[in-house]
Design a protein around this ligand. Sequence first.
Ligand code: MBD
Ligand code: FE
Length: 286
Amino acid sequence: MTATQDTYQTAAAAGSAATARFRDSGKLAGGKEVDVERVNRLATRAVKALNDIVLEERVTYDEYNALKAWLIKVGEDGEWPLFLDVWLEHSVEEVATDHREGNKGSIEGPYYVPDAPTSETPMTMPMRENEEGTPLVFKGQLRSTDGSPLSQGKVELWQADAKGLYSQFAEGVPEWNLRGIVIADDNGNFEINTIEPAPYQIPTEGACGQLIAAAGWHAWRPAHLHLKAVADGHELLTAQLYFPGDEHNDDDVASAVKPELMLDLQDDGSGGKVTTYDIVLDPIKK
Ligand code: MBD
Ligand code: FE
């Protein structure tokens, strides 16, 4: 945890930026309508689950009012996307991808931004001239589940910098810093030059941080690379990749680590790291 992260990764800069991003994505207004019977079923079960907790735990008026105040603050701080992505998205992701034979996925989280700069392999991520952090070469092959290479597929990375800051969600970071899309070659091979991200602490000043402190939890996610991989006729893969030895691999606040998502890092002989991670996509079943 660095002072810099404390200064910039405020609830206002990160949590509410995630709300603005979600609005911009069009999902707020344009989401698919959910069938009335389905809403009835899910809303009824959600309300019942909460009532069961109140009755079983004999929740007091003080506790009820603390909940009300906290929910108001989640909205005021713009932290609904952060809250949902940290504590619920992992289950939604599990349901959405459990039919897959190819690569395991993981949650998207609140800090994805579409339309990042794109280039052919090998690509160097957009970064500052003197970007801090251990240099990392991330390479691999995009394949289909039958083993055939996915020519011209795309691999997109977005990640925190060596201070744990995401561009467009923290002040003072260039717009597309450490966000980029690489186009694989005819054999599905891709290579990306980047730096190792720092572990990430979700904003501590907002409502989510308040809950974490009040419950005696911690706010850390292990260091991770976010990725999306796409190829014609294949399901979009959204995943995160992790670094062996990170102390939070076993207790990620967002419950988004899976053993299949662990990188194997080698020294490159000059102070940097290199890792090969092949990505297998599922064909879309018609
Ligand atoms: C992140 O960087 C992240 O990946 C998730 C899931 C939640 C908060 C911040
Ligand atoms: Fe992240």
